[in-house]
Design a protein around this ligand. Structure first.
Ligand code: SF4
Length: 148
């Protein structure tokens, strides 16, 4: 794996990530995410979301906005951003993978063909930002927090 470069100054990444998330919301695919958090328990779900660099930087903003500077592991092996109240602490900043649920109760994972264009946009942004592809959530956000 190549060394990760410092993030270039690119104020547009936030606008692009938010535009992608907004476009996802407009897709006519019924989902009922009501902060069920089933997908946040990685060991139980059997999945960990993978984040591109733009998503990680955006999520790191959410972490900072919540008053934290680092991630602390969750005692149950769940997402470190799952709060003590059982809710996501960065819900508005949650990554793409958290929005395209692994959670069967909320409607199941989005078929890739319905979101492939959005994934491609995230990958293109990753490249622009000097990323090297998707990384597991905890490491991706921890790196983003350390860099900015
Ligand atoms: S970022 Fe939020 S929604 Fe995504 S896995 Fe973590 S706690 Fe769950």
């Amino acid at each position: 794996m190549k060394n990760r470069k410092p993030a270039p100054a690119d104020p547009d990444y936030r606008a692009e990530v938010e535009a992608i998330y907004a476009e996802l919301e407009r897709r006519p695919l019924p989902r009922q995410c009501e902060m069920r958090t089933g997908c946040c328990h990685f060991r139980l779900a059997g999945h960990t979301p993978l984040l591109t660099r733009g998503e990680a930087l955006h999520a790191a903003q959410g972490v900072r906005a919540s008053g934290r500077k680092v991630l602390k592991p969750h005692p149950d092996g769940a997402c470190p951003l799952l709060g003590r109240d059982g809710k996501c602490t960065i819900y508005k900043h949650r990554p793409f993978g958290c929005r395209t649920h692994f959670c069967a109760a909320a409607g199941g994972m989005y078929p890739r063909k319905h979101v492939a264009d959005l994934i491609h946009r995230l990958e293109a942004l990753d490249e622009r930002l000097g990323g090297d592809g998707s990384r597991p959530l905890e490491g991706a956000i921890a790196s983003a927090l350390a860099e900015r």
